[in-house]
Design a protein around this ligand. Sequence first.
Ligand SMILES: [Fe+2]
Length: 383
Amino acid sequence: MSSTTTVSTTSTGTEPATIRMPRYHTSLVENRAFVPPKDFEFPAGLKQVPINPQGPTEVPVQTALDYSKDDIPEPLGPYEHVDCASRADPEKRALLSAIPKHKDMTPNIGTEVWGLQLSQLTNQQKNELAPWAAERGVLVFRGQDFVDQGREWLKEYGSYFGRLHVHQWGVHPKDTPELTVVFRDSDKGSYFDNQKEGQLNTVAWHTDMSYEINPPCTTFLSSLAGPECGGDTLYLNAMTAYDRLSPVMQKFLETLEALHSGTRQNLLSGKTNLARRPGIDTVHPVIRKHPVTGRKAIWVNPEYTTKIIGMRKPESDMLLNFLFDHLHKGLDFQTRVAWEDGTVVVYDNRMVQHSVTLDYGLGNGVKRHLVRVTPQGETPSLS
Ligand SMILES: [Fe+2]
């Protein structure tokens, strides 16, 4: 069984802002044949696409089946994040001097790096990696032995950057809920196919789990396997998107808060995944500031942000749609990453948005597997 507790927070709008904090976890029953609860409402335009009942072909995964009620980590209450970037040399000399070759992918976002193993970084270099990822948005490290270090090592490594996020339903390697497995490898599709059913394209811009009280910060996404061609990840720079706005609009947006919904994500996943705990809905500022670089970024995304607090629905829809349109049309502050064996992408979830492209066909053994290490950052704020 599950239940939630409602906690009041501040809000600039007329509606009370709330954070619904999980207190108990859902009962953990095998969910091969999902039976919707009585109040289940599948979003219009979407329909069930069952997951491969055998699971991915190469990554050993279980979902909530690995848990008993007593050993589920409950990591998602508020936590005090101190970003390791605050200990960095602003010049990043320890890190940059160790890199034989790097090249910006575009002027506004993305840098590709060769010849340095992330696994070998000193703590000082990690301190400098975090602000570099924040400034460039996306760092693409090629030829890495990162995932070869093993699950325990990945957990320890990621924990240096923040408390590791445990997804509310995401698949993870067996006994390691602190790592998230991203996969699509059967001809029956996945959560992503659920989302895109009935749509004209597969793009779904978001920041990972923006509905959490402490959304992710410096994030590591590592490729395990991918299609011969396709399955790229798109990234956009939400700091540049903020900078492009007029001062009048910037000032207005800085007075606003928006609701981010994890319950909606649970609904989308509900027919194909196992619920680990109830999703939460959380109010965050529409503009947030990086705690170390001081850069501001637009902090609403179409996957999880459902409304502006205090606005009537048409007003909220109009403003959100304007911001989404601005973010997503800005090809001059976007880039895309084509995955290779050994690619690790380090991105700052606070400052960029991203989307997978499901432009490749399934069947004949085609698969796309990645592992994500997802440290949680500070609660978004403008200060
Ligand atoms: Fe994502």
